[in-house]
Structures are given as structure tokens and as C-alpha cells.
Design a protein around this ligand. Sequence first.
Ligand code: PMP
Length: 411
Amino acid sequence: PTCAIADVSGADLRVPLVQGGTSTYANFDYAASAPALKQVTDRISQLLPFYASVHRGAGYASRISTECYEASRGSVARFLDADDDQVVVFTRNTTDSLNLLAGCVPGETVVLDIEHHANFLPWAARGRRVVRAAATVEETIQRVVAELCSKPAALLAVTGASNVTGEVLPLERLATIAHQCGARILVDAAQLAPHRRISLRENGIDYLAFSGHKLYAPFGSGVLVGRRDWLDAGEPYLAGGGAVRSVGVTEVEWACAPQRHEAGSPNVLGAAAIAAACDALAAIDPGELVAHERFLADRLRAGLSALSGVGLVNIWSDSPDCVGIVAFTIAGFAPGEVAAYLSAEHAIGVRDGRFCAHPLLASLGLDAALRASIGLGTTAADVDRLISAVATLVADGPTWNYAATDGHWNP
Ligand code: PMP
């Protein structure tokens, strides 16, 4: 597993270096947005000539567009092994999906304090109860049980994999716990879906959301999949054309989900791109996917932790699994400066900051950290390059004054 296991766009990108010249780009920011897969760009190119409004026109292009849009729901449902009772709604991204569901939940939602803001802020409107993560997964789960038992809740909303540390929660177990306590479970799979095959059916997951741009498709499209009853009964997410059965001057008869929540002209290309990504990921052996990522992430963790001053960041001491995301700090160096140095002097892209998870960073006692994330196009050579760049920084310091540039170097 030392090589890339899929063709991603930008694999041969060359970028400028501060010391002059250019270098191939090493992308360690898949967790923010993953480059499009070849199958995705191919599917978009095929569909572009048929670009036409869906559900309205009788013209040939409109019919192709409509068929493609509706068939895309099937690809998503198959990729996630959804139940017949679960409906696929196309949204703009995970944030949109979770705000949509928040408007349909008939009661309070329990969340952990480790969540991305997208799976934290939307629930506040209808009653959010926050469980503080403990030092171990086991103890954290016990706290969730206690919270769900103490007072009825409609929903347990958890991340599939932390966007900061990559740590994975035992979803099947959490689903059972939620159901025993009379709640349903939502999984924010923005970070899990690109790295693991998920079966909604086998794990008992009621709702799941992800973003196209993290699943090797372009920006602007996302998915909410889940049980029909709440989505059919909930307030339409947007009011407008396409979401209704009939409209009078004073009365509206709204459609059922998914149309109920998809008012306005939908992002057909975005849905088709997500479907292509789901089909392509479904065709990769899940074992190969995990082996590639484990090999590279273990190599990265071992290489970084051997360097003086480098500390790996984790939430729990007993995580059962972790996707290809590695968070770290370097004593004596501000994360923003390190990220600017890696980009300017080594053409390596990582993320720094608080990762839209401010409560988590605060409970870890950190103002900011660095995050290197791995994807289908990552190679062992990329990993070695990142380790050796950090080693050079720790040994020699940067050659450029990044603090004076406010942590940002703009060529
Ligand atoms: N949840 C998690 C776990 C994420 O990592 C992200 C993106 N960083 C989001 C939600 C939000 O995704 P989007 O910005 O595409 O809505």
C-alpha cells in the first residue's frame, strides 16, 4: 500500500517555493476537501452536454438530466446500504444536511463536545444537551447512556470520525444504546464516509450526512439520508418550487421527502458527481482502502512522534479505530507558522487552527494544532516528505520569517 490507490485530480500539480523554483504538491488536506476522482470528472464531462433543468422540461436533455439526478439517489443508497424506509435528500453540504434534519427532529438532541460546529450548533434551536467526552471511549459511552436514560431525547447526533484526530466511535453500539433509550441516531459521516464502508442497515443508523467535496466530488453538493417519517412530517427546509404538490393563493400542499426539502433548481451535476464518487468508492475493496490508509497513517504517526518536540493529539486513550487523520503540535512553533513553512519551503499542504471544533480544542487545552490528512492519492513518498520537512524544521528552524507574514506566505 505505498502507492496511491485511485486517480485523483491535481496529483501532478506543481507549486512555487519560497526559495525559488517549483515542486510537486503534496496534499495532506484531504479532510478539508478531497480532490475529485477521475471517475467523477469523467461522469461530469459526460453529463455536461445534457445540462438541463430537472423535473420540468419534456425535452430530451431535461429527461436525461432528471433521470440522472433521480438515479444518483440510488447510488448513494447502495453505497450506504440504506434501508427501503430511508430517503436520500440532496443538500449543499453536511452543514446544510444537519440544519435540515434539525428542523425535523421532534424533541431534544444529545451531542458530544468533540463535534465539528456543523454537528453542534444546529441542534441548539430545538434543545441540545451536551455530554462532555471523558478520557476513554468506554467512559464517554457510559456518560452518553446516563444522559439518554436521565431524560428522553429524540436524537443522539455523533460524528463517525473526529475531523480533528480521526478517531472513530463504535457506531453500532451507540445505535443500540440510542434505540434502547427511545432515541434515534444521526451520524455525521463527513470524515468517515471517505475512509470506511458504512452499512446503515447493519449498524442500525437512522440518519447520516456527508459532503461531496470531502468524498472526491466537487463543492456544492451533500447528502442527508434517513428515515422517512420525520422528513415527511418536518417543516420544508426551503419554501419554493419543486417542494409542493399544489399551491393556492392561501394554501399549500407540500410534497413528501425528498422533494419536500429540495425547493428550487437542484444541483444536478453535484448529485451526479456524488453518485460517481459513491460508485467508485463502492468498487474499491474496503480492506484495501483501510490497509492503504493504516499503513500510511501509522508510518506518519511513527515518523512524527520520533521527532523531538512533536506531540500527537488524541481525544481518547482507547480508540477502537482511527481514519487517516493525524493531529499534532510542535513545541516552540506556532501551528500557523509551521503550516506556512511546510507550504512555502516544501510544497506540502496541511491544515492548522481549531478545525471548527472549538469546544474540543479547549478541552484538549490547545489554542490550535496541525492536521495532516491522508486520502486515496497519498503515497509513502508523500508521507516521508512530510516527516523529513518537519524534521528539518525541528533541527534548523525555518529559513523565512513566517511570524512577520502573519503565518501566511503568498507567492
Ligand atoms: N462535520 C465534519 C466532521 C467535518 O469535518 C466537516 C467539514 N470540516 C463538516 C461537518 C462540515 O462540512 P461542510 O463544510 O462540507 O458542510
